[in-house]
Write a protein that binds this ligand. Structure first.
Ligand code: AHG
Ligand code: MN
Ligand code: MN
Length: 344
């Protein structure tokens, strides 16, 4: 068998390539990898351990928390706390930022934003769920870090990644020098490099969107969906529709096969549903690093200003040519709307 590279070995090997090559970022990534293994263990046996179902509480977004949402949140926070390289955790499951108050972590240089369990509605039905994380350098130089240190634009990310608890468990991450994927080998309990230098195809024939909300979509999205469904041999249309309901699973598939994922504004979610800080920015960093594109239909996600921790944004993300095409439909619909308004 060929020599395997473990996540730990890989992180150390690549450490020197990074501008912050002091080992702190490596330690942080390693801590996240360890917490991911613990969460993976629980996700795998959730049905046996009374870990399925709702916890009886709601998070700041008014969403029902699942027991595993809470468990995963606690595991990542506790790993980051004991690691000592992170001063603040911003999590989907906590209304406010979590200050890590140990002696070592008070002055730590990194901020971690996290969606501890993405796709929670799929937990009880044995469909893939995941974890998304994003890492920033603290900007303030005096006193304790604050919320302002968290509200940085996505372009400032120093690393981002996701873990998919799927048919196999994978950890995929970037530090801004390409994207690498590691598959958990349960027999040795290690993430092993299985997908070096991942590249998303420039185009594909899968579109992922919750079409149940079709009537509530903006005109540009409706027109793009119709475009996906039209017969055209030259562009391999009609495309296939695939929607898991776990953003990570949908994006991971599209990353490998090519495709577009859209969560637009809808009547019920006028700002979009997905959160900028711990869902859209990290996934955009990863997809861009793999050669793809991520915008809100107009503006690059990673250049959006961040005003609040749980801010939402519409997102168009995936294969570059497909996202650009969807943007053309958005621009066209907007121009038509402007001319209707002018005439009216
Ligand atoms: P979370 O479980 O972290 O709240 O995220 C769920 C998200 C995302 O993973 C998924 O793509 C989307 O919500 C599904 O929403 P709809 O059911 O509205 O399509
Ligand atoms: Mn999520
Ligand atoms: Mn979540």
């Amino acid at each position: 068998m060929a020599q395997m590279t473990t996540l730990g070995q890989f992180i150390i090997e690549k450490q020197a390539d990074h501008p912050y090559a002091k080992g702190e970022l490596s330690r942080l990534l390693r801590d996240i990898g360890i917490a991911a293994k613990v969460v993976n263990r629980e996700v795998n046996k959730a049905g046996l351990m009374d870990l399925l179902g709702q916890a009886g509480s709601t998070n700041i977004q008014g969403e029902i928390q699942q027991k595993l949402d809470i468990y995963a949140n606690e595991q990542f926070i506790s790993a980051l706390k004991s690691g000592g390289e992170c001063c603040i955790v911003a999590s989907e499951e906590n209304e406010e930022i979590v200050m890590l108050d140990t002696d070592v972590s008070q002055d730590a240089k990194y901020i971690v934003a996290i969606d501890p369990l993405d796709g929670s509605s799929n937990i009880d039905v044995n469909v893939s769920v995941g974890t998304i994380f994003s890492i920033y350098r603290r900007q303030s130089t005096e006193g304790r870090a604050t919320l302002q240190d968290v509200l940085q634009r996505g372009v400032n990310q120093v690393a981002a990644g996701y873990v998919i608890y799927g048919t196999s468990t994978m950890l995929v991450y970037t530090t801004g020098k390409g994207v690498n994927g590691f598959t958990l080998d349960p027999s040795i309990g290690e993430f092993c490099l299985s997908h070096p230098q991942m590249q998303i195809p420039k185009t594909g024939h899968i579109y992922s969107i919750n079409e149940g909300y079709y009537v509530h979509f903006p005109q540009g999205v409706k027109s793009y969906i119709k475009y996906c469904q039209v017969e055209d041999d030259a562009t391999n249309r009609p495309y296939s529709s695939r929607y898991v309901g776990s953003m990570i699973a949908d994006l991971h598939r599209n990353m490998i096969k090519g495709g577009i994922f859209i969560y637009p504004i809808t009547a019920a979610t006028p700002d979009g549903k997905l959160r900028l800080v711990y869902e859209c920015n990290p996934m955009s960093f990863i997809i861009e690093q793999a050669g793809g594109r991520a915008t809100d239909g107009k503006t690059r996600i990673m250049e959006l200003d961040v005003h609040s921790l749980h801010q939402r944004t519409p997102i168009f993300i995936g294969s570059e040519e497909m996202v650009s095409k969807a943007e053309e439909f958005m621009a066209e619909a907007e121009a038509e709307q402007v001319s209707v308004d002018l005439v009216g």
